[in-house]
Design a protein around this ligand. Structure first.
Ligand code: TYD
Length: 424
């Protein structure tokens, strides 16, 4: 490892916070009667202390700037703080640095109160040994003293990483190396002129510079299960958006299918034309599609550190073929283990619906596949089998009531996801 103490700026380095910051600054000046400005002026508010920015860009007096900061904060506390996203790849970078033994700190000119809430909300807090923000009166929040406070007393080779000249100058004044990141809100010219020790263009480059001997950590495999009509697709959309906002590279996929060959098998296994299909033919086709999908799509994505969100997996075969078709759960699992090489999900979200409710929702659907056309007793067996599977794997399989409103299911599903990512 190049450094054992790594300090990060927040806005423009860990998080893409422009929408909330610019929105808050714009709201503040509009409320104070300013008009006719170029919207790009608000880009100048990302990074430096606010009070100075209001004075510099709008020619405000000291008292006016105080008033503007107060209005800014009102908007920011309510909405702006969450109009934010973690840069893609940051969680994996932080894991990689921690694996390498680095101690991590945040040094930001954003008030401590907001910083702490953002770090919690966006899943960053758990990676850091310390977080230093400004006091709420930002005029005392200069980068030099914030960095000094964040640096641990017992030293170590330390580096300050940031996207603006303030970060570079702050690091220099404290006698430590600096890294300028060009993906944030400063330009390469600004960072070069400030004299950054290193300059990188991407999060990936930052990882290779700081921890070349530590590989990106493996991904996370999440499956979503449930009876037909349980709303898996909608929830996977929501989960994917949530994960992207937390900075995870995310792959959405489904079974049967998910790869070109597996999608062809899907057509055979689900087509109502194939009504007389033998139960073992069906089970082996699902397993064959899965073998292909796991090798061609899922494993490579996990190897790259992505979060894979898969609509159905082995549990579906266990309950539909093992129990629904009465082939025997163990036998079906055995066949599948051959196909998957034993790849198990890190987390399974089971969207639970009664068999009767699933039937009611299927009846409203325009067309049914071969499995959906099965009798009620089949679906009741599948439902009971899901419940039993969830009861006997309470760690991996998290049950969510799929009869709740869509938004409530999404909140529960995202909370389970956050908890599982924090546990690993
Ligand atoms: P799904 O893609 O969830 O259906 P839809 O696209 O209509 O939402 O799954 C198709 C059907 O395949 C579903 O009824 C469950 C069944 N199935 C099995 O029986 N075994 C399996 O291993 C899998 C993956 C699905």
């Amino acid at each position: 490892m190049l450094y054992d103490v790594v300090l990060f700026d927040l806005d423009g380095t860990l998080t893409e916070s422009a929408p909330g910051i610019m929105g808050a600054a714009k709201t503040a000046v509009e409320q104070m009667g300013y008009a006719g400005f170029d919207l790009r002026v608000f880009e100048g508010f990302i990074g430096p202390p606010l009070h100075g920015s209001f004075r510099a860009h709008f020619g405000m007096s000291d008292a006016q700037a105080d008033e503007a900061v107060r209005r800014y904060r009102a908007y920011y506390a309510e909405r702006g703080m969450f109009e934010n996203a973690v840069y893609q790849g940051i969680p994996n970078l932080l894991r990689r640095l921690r694996t390498g033994g680095a101690r991590l700190f945040v040094a930001t000119a954003k008030p401590q109160l907001f910083t702490d809430r953002i770090m919690e909300r966006f899943g960053l807090a758990r990676f850091f040994d310390g977080v230093v923000g400004a006091t709420i009166d930002e005029r005392t929040g200069d980068k030099v003293s914030i960095i000094r406070e964040a640096l641990p007393a017992d030293g170590g080779r330390a580096v300050m990483i940031g996207d603006r000249k303030y970060d570079i100058h702050g690091g220099q004044a404290n006698g430590i190396d600096t890294i300028g990141v060009c993906y944030g809100y400063g330009s390469r010219a600004e960072l070069t002129e400030a004299g950054a020790t290193h300059i990188v263009d991407t999060v990936a480059e930052l990882g290779d510079l700081l921890a070349p001997e530590y590989q990106p950590s493996p991904g996370f495999f999440v499956t979503v299960e449930g009876l037909d009509g349980s709303g898996k697709t909608t929830q996977i959309d929501r989960l994917a958006a949530h994960l992207e906002q937390l900075g995870y590279h995310t792959l959405r996929t489904r079974e049967p299918g998910g790869s070109p060959i597996a999608e062809k098998i899907r057509q055979v296994v689900l087509s109502p034309e194939n009504l007389g299909m033998h139960a073992w033919t069906e089970a082996l086709l699902y397993a064959a599609a899965r073998a292909e999908h796991v090798r061609a799509i899922v494993r490579p994505a996990l190897a790259q550190g992505q979060v894979v969100l898969c609509d159905r997996y082995v549990d579906s075969s266990a309950v539909y073929q093992g129990v629904g078709r009465e082939l025997g759960l163990e036998k079906v699992l055995e066949v599948n283990a051959l196909g998957t090489g034993g790849l198990a999900p890190d987390l399974t979200l089971y969207l639970r619906l009664d068999a009767a409710e699933s039937l009611a929702r299927r009846e409203r659907a325009s067309s049914l596949d071969r499995i959906e056309m099965e009798e009620g007793a089949f679906h009741q067996r599948v439902c009971d089998a899901y419940d039993q599977l969830a009861a006997s794997n309470p760690q991996r399989i998290r049950t969510i009531d799929a009869s709740l409103p869509v938004g409530e299911i999404a909140v529960a599903a995202c909370a389970e996801m956050d908890a599982a990512l924090a546990r690993r």
